[in-house]
Ligand binder design. Structure first.
Ligand code: UGA
Ligand code: MN
Length: 348
């Protein structure tokens, strides 16, 4: 009889109904996405960003499928690639050494923002690390770019120590060579591979126009680099031997050692893929004299008269050798020592 007692029923109802109502509201809210705003940090914009990169990725994959399909149709009708290769852009293979530091993701993001505007670009990103990091893997996966992710550690005797001046040891050498070797193995069976190779350090500033200039590289193309070697601009000096003749690089304008056979920074040249692959021994060398990394590399590929001057006869600056200031981590180190770093659970 207790169950029929109206007071008891009232009490029960008072206890249970709020839970039922809250439950329904929670389920409704979940499906409406109302709780996205309640999680830690800016998860709404993270969600929006993930959606955008997923969309970009989808578009990239759809385009790749279309290209594959078109190629298979052309193959089916036995149309040789030579018939249509001139309408396909030569791919620019960009080799970038990168290493872990607080601003690594910021640097890679600046590069990505430019590379996304460049058609037919394949990014070979090589980490100076014993294994691939989650940060770089995740970054590339959602980048929407065509890429290859490699790693190659620099042995500790070749790494800069914290008090070493930055010029005292060469940087990115083994990583660029790992990128070159990847290209060699990819094109091992191809007789005359089309493409261009560019070595893009992760801290420089690149314009989209630069890639248009280098696209047609037949041997080695060269252009000015801003803010490098202690001067506003280092650049090849160009002359026109005759009104209709090809322009010739005859020397270099540089502050530091203009007598180098190729007085250019890494950012100032691109190499034709077939030319690079034709010479299987060509690599960067750890034992190059300080500042001669680029010159020693180019010496193995061309002579100065074979260089192709770009960027309006080397009068336009389309790339800058910027260097990022070390971020101030004074308080972060203190908090880290106290066991509460600010980036706990957040990737920066
Ligand atoms: C200059 C040139 O612009 C570089 O191309 C050249 O490698 C370097 O000198 C040199 O002489 O070795 P700089 O700005 O002084 O460049 O060099 P960084 O930008 O510090 O390093 C070049 C590349 O190597 C960057 O992409 C960087 O991320 C990478 N790096 C640097 C590593 O992979 N590991 C390191 O320990 C340090
Ligand atoms: Mn640099």
């Amino acid at each position: 009889m207790v169950y029929l007692n109206p007071h008891f029923i009232k009490r029960r109802a008072r206890r249970w109904w709020p839970y039922v109502v809250i439950g329904i509201l929670l389920i409704y809210g979940y499906y409406q996405g109302m709780f996205n705003q309640l999680s830690v940090g800016d998860s709404v914009s993270t969600y929006a960003k993930m959606e955008t990169s997923r969309k970009t990725l989808k578009e990239v994959f759809a385009l790749q499928r279309q290209v594959k399909l078109l190629k298979s149709v052309l193959k089916k009708y036995s149309i040789p690639e030579t018939e249509y290769s001139d309408v396909l852009l030569p791919v620019i293979y960009v080799i970038t050494p990168t290493h872990n530091r607080p601003h690594q993701k910021a640097e890679l993001t600046r590069l990505k923002s430019v590379f996304l505007h460049v058609p037919a670009l394949h990014w070979i990103l090589v980490e100076d690390a014993p294994k691939k990091s989650h940060l770089v893997s995740d970054f590339l996966e959602t980048s929407g770019l065509s890429y290859t992710h490699l790693h190659h550690p620099t042995p500790s005797e070749w790494k800069l120590k914290s008090n070493d001046p930055n010029w005292s040891k060469p940087r990115g050498v083994l990583q660029r060579n790992a990128g070159i070797r990847w290209l060699r193995s990819k094109f091992i069976r191809e007789e005359d591979p089309r493409g261009v190779v560019y070595f893009a350090d992760d801290d420089n500033t690149y314009s989209t126009e630069l890639f248009k200039e280098m696209r047609g590289t037949k041997t080695v193309s060269v252009w000015p680099v801003g803010l490098v070697g202690g001067v506003m601009v280092e650049r090849p000096l160009v002359t026109l031997p005759a009104p209709n003749a090809d322009p010739q690089v005859t020397g270099w304008l540089a502050g530091w050692k203009p007598s180098r056979p190729f007085a250019t920074d890494m950012a100032g040249f691109a190499v034709n893929l077939a030319l690079l692959l034709k010479k299987p021994e060509v690599e960067f060398s750890l034992s190059s004299q300080i500042g001669y990394l680029e010159s020693d590399f180019l010496k193995q590929l061309v002579t100065i008269d074979q260089l192709e001057p770009k960027a309006e006869l080397c009068t336009k600056v389309l790339v800058w050798h910027t260097r990022t200031e070390q971020p101030n981590m004074k308080d972060e180190l203190r908090l880290r020592r106290a066991g509460s770093p600010t980036d706990q659970g957040i990737e920066v």
